[in-house]
Ligand binder design. Structure first.
Ligand code: CS2
Length: 493
């Protein structure tokens, strides 16, 4: 393939005009982003691109893959960091090219370059989308988990870190030792209070090596929280073809996504930030209400749809909500079980939010696979579903639909759909979870074996009899198949 026929800085001039904004000035790197997956590329990178178009500044991004994914680095670098966004709405496809990504690194191969950038005070923000498990937290305390092999290794070799707490700690130590100002650390993952959660993981890690450094981080480093939202599936050949036909050149790594996007950010950036508000981000004093509402409404129903669909045989989220009883089930779950637990400002209309979510899920063009959402349940269930269950139980309220979602996860962990089709369990606790799920025959046995997994179920919740009973009822109902259980739970009061 010639340079002109694939997306790169040298083919930019040949692109169809509507995919690019003309008034672009190449920025220097000002942001290092850990976890350069599709989500970041369709979200923060795009907001940053538009912010720089509105107000030029040096906020170019260096993206880092922490899994040593050299092929992802190389594919993006062969295109000079350029890629396209394939926005798929019910009414058609819109393709745009993003230029904010200036460099891509793969850990551990590019360690020296990464640490040189992190030490450079022109880098003013380090942001992250590393998924829940990337934080390496002890689920009971929220501190960096010293039983985690990566954390243990980084504590023993702090100069060659590979985990997020280890990398941030080493980089912040270098800033402190050189007398330089810190960068702001911006978590963009779906965790409750993601900024505070990251600060605790980093500070508890630092305290074990150097208490004075922990103190410096506590006082000198800002960890604003954010709520991020955009549905971004994995890239398929259909996306590459859509990009090719809009661009006129070949893009190996386009990102598909829905038209909707939202970003609510706590405005604490002592070292400055891009004018993200010019791109539609909401800068607020407290993101907690937005964050909790998104986790409990969107992410919780996503996981519910995913586990029930993996059993029932619906492949995508739009297929899942196309099944009327399943759509009714999550509609009622949001209305009756989730929304009443949320404490949001009066201007936040939770029922309108619910309806907007259902419309987004129904987008037939998106093809968001349930198997992708079903990953990492041990990390996702606590903030998405178990936190609502705990709040409901505290208030003496019913939890039937939430219990069905949880029991569907248990059954999913057995690795087979209701028709016997096999699926993989992709989860950091996979071995433990599948053993517990497979070993137990009766609904009671399954529920008790799962409730004993204390990395997922806090002791108070695991011991709650109303929770156990609701889970046993749901697990028993799922024995006659997910479709039958969905039909019944869609109707209950
Ligand atoms: C999804 C999220 O994969 C998942 O678990 O629930 O990635 C979801 O699509 C995003 O949070 C939407 O903003």
């Amino acid at each position: 393939m010639t340079d002109k026929s694939r997306l790169s800085r040298s083919s930019l001039a040949t692109l169809n005009a509507h995919v690019l904004s003309p008034e672009w000035r190449e920025p220097e790197i000002g942001i290092v982003h850990l976890g350069i997956g599709n989500f970041h590329r369709a979200h923060e990178a795009l907001y940053t691109e538009e912010a720089m178009l509105a107000r030029p500044g040096d906020w170019g991004i260096c993206g880092v893959t922490l899994q040593g994914d050299v092929s992802k680095r190389d594919a993006l670098m062969e295109q000079d960091g350029l890629y396209s966004i394939v926005e798929r709405g019910p009414d058609g496809v819109r393709v745009t090219v993003v230029r904010a990504l200036r460099e891509v690194l793969a850990m551990p191969f590019d360690r020296a370059r990464l640490f040189a950038l992190l030490a450079d005070e022109r880098v003013r923000i380090v942001s992250l989308t590393v998924t829940e498990k990337g934080y390496c937290r002890d689920p009971q305390t929220g501190d960096a988990d010293i039983a985690h092999p990566g954390i243990a290794r980084d504590l023993a070799h702090p100069d060659e870190p590979s985990t997020v707490p280890g990398i941030l700690c080493a980089a912040l130590k270098a800033r402190r030792d050189a007398g330089k100002p810190s960068f702001t650390v911006l978590s963009c993952d779906n965790l409750s209070h993601n900024g505070d959660a990251l600060r605790q993981a980093v500070c508890s890690f630092a305290r074990r090596l150097d208490p004075a450094l922990a103190e410096w981080i506590e006082t000198q480093v800002a960890f604003p929280s954010t709520m991020v939202d955009r549905i971004v599936p994995a890239t398929t050949d259909a996306d590459r073809e859509a990009a090719q036909s809009a661009l006129g050149v070949w893009d190996r790594v386009p990102v598909p996504c829905e038209p909707f996007r939202q970003w609510v950010i706590e405005d604490r950036f002592p070292a400055g930030r891009p004018a993200w508000e010019a791109a539609g981000a909401q800068l607020v004093d407290d993101v907690a209400p937005f964050e909790v509402a998104k986790l409990r409404m969107l992410n919780a129903t996503h996981s519910t749809l995913a586990y029930l669909s993996m059993l029932a045989g619906f492949e995508t989220i739009s297929d899942a909500v196309g099944h009327a009883p399943l759509r009714a089930l999550i509609h009622e779950m949001m209305t009756r079980e989730i929304a009443p637990t949320l404490d949001v400002p009066a201007s936040f209309d939770l029922l309108a939010y619910r309806d907007a979510l259902l419309a987004r899920y129904a987008n037939p063009a998106l093809k968001h696979r349930c198997a992708q959402i079903a990953m990492d349940g041990s990390q996702k269930m606590p903030p998405r579903i178990l936190s609502t269950i705990a709040a409901r139980l505290d208030a003496g309220r019913s939890i039937e639909r939430l219990a069905l979602a949880t029991a569907a996860w248990f059954k999913f962990l057995r690795g087979r759909a209701d028709d016997g089709t096999r699926h993989e369990i992709d989860d950091p606790l996979a071995e433990r979870l599948t053993k517990a799920a497979e070993g137990a025959g009766t609904p009671e046995g399954l529920v008790d074996a799962m409730l004993a997994v204390n990395e997922v179920f806090p002791p108070d919740l695991a011991r709650n009899p109303a929770f156990r009973e609701a889970l046993v009822r749901a697990a028993a109902k799922l024995q006659s198949g997910a479709v039958a259980a969905i039909a019944e739970y869609a109707r209950i009061d």
